[in-house]
Design a protein around this ligand. Structure first.
Ligand SMILES: [Zn+2]
Length: 316
């Protein structure tokens, strides 16, 4: 057990109310924190401003409260923390690890074609480093800021060594590896429209909030290597990662706000919690809610401190 050093968090984007899938991640992170005797924080990830829906943050706070999932400190809003993100970007610029890029998608396609390949990843193009290599047009348009993934870190003795070939041990998925330079290339920290990217804000806030354990949906697992690389570049500690099973919709795709997942029906919070607990492999409880949460916490603690039951088969 991690004891009093444990700090966990739930970090929803206010693009829609919580649905059955997001409650699974919320419950898993809450149970993990409680079973470890740790603290549990709530962070509203509202930096992707075009997709943020006004008022949804308050809905999420109320939904969690109705489910008995109360954070141990007042929630923080990422939209109020831009000075932290700016400072991190400036640190990376000063280290020569971040550079401006004004490539359009078309520019990147052309550059990749010139190299004889069209490497794509989840429909994202692997950035070939054109602006870092001085191969692109002058920076006439508004620029994004990208992080270098081609440098072995060790320059001034201040940074840990190693390349962006990242390995880590996910508490549920086991040993993981990704060569970030090969898989995604130099990735964006701040978009040309000024929005901060998920990678940067999560890394900065996890460190600023002292997060020791990240428990989140498996759809986010693919970001972990990029975040560990960024943590190394910024000299920040690397939390432990646990990625939860996903709730799939009728079409087999991950249930999400984007594919029309219904907002949680909180006429019966216990029913919503029982459905979420079932995804994690835990038996239904009869309530009331605080008693159900205490029963699941005891089960997690009794079964190795994993918020997913050991008898649950691994997700594909
Ligand atoms: Zn570029």
């Amino acid at each position: 057990m991690a004891g009093r050093g444990y700090v966990g968090r739930f970090a929803p984007s206010p693009t829609g109310p919580l649905h059955a899938g997001s409650l699974v991640a919320a419950l898993a992170s809450w149970l993990d924190a409680r079973a470890h005797g740790g603290r549990w924080l709530l962070r509203i990830e509202d930096v992707d401003t075009p997709r943020t829906v006004a008022g949804v943050d308050q809905t999420i706070v109320q939904q969690l409260s109705a489910c008995g999932l109360h954070p141990d400190a007042p929630p923080v809003w990422q939209s109020q923390r831009t000075a932290l993100y700016r400072a991190a970007l400036e640190q990376l610029m000063a280290q020569g690890l971040a550079y401006a890029c004004s490539c359009s998608r078309k520019d990147i396609e052309i550059a990749l074609a010139a190299q004889g390949h069209t490497r794509t990843r989840h429909a994202e193009l692997v950035y070939p480093g054109s602006c870092r290599l001085g191969l692109s047009h002058p920076l006439a348009r508004a620029s994004a800021w990208r992080l270098r993934t081609d440098v072995p870190l060790a320059p001034q003795g201040q940074l840990p060594g190693g390349s962006a070939n990242i390995t880590w041990n996910d508490r549920r998925l086991g040993p993981q590896a990704q060569d970030v330079a090969q898989a995604v290339g130099d990735f964006v920290l701040q978009r040309a429209d000024g929005c901060w990217t998920y990678q940067l804000v999560v890394v900065v806030d996890d460190a600023a909030q002292g997060i020791s354990h990240v428990v989140r949906g498996q759809d986010l697992a693919d970001n972990t290597a990029r975040q560990i690389w960024l943590q190394r570049c910024l000299g920040l500690p690397v939390p432990q990662y646990f990625h939860t099973p996903l709730v799939l919709g009728a079409d087999g795709a991950k249930l999400s706000k984007q594919n029309g997942a219904q907002a949680l029906d909180l006429s019966s919070p216990l029913q919503a919690l029982n459905a979420a607990a079932a995804v994690l492999g835990w038996p239904a409880q009869t309530g009331p809610v605080p008693q159900a949460l205490a029963a699941w916490t005891a089960l997690v603690a009794a079964h190795g401190g994993s918020p997913v039951a050991p008898w649950l088969p691994p997700s594909p």
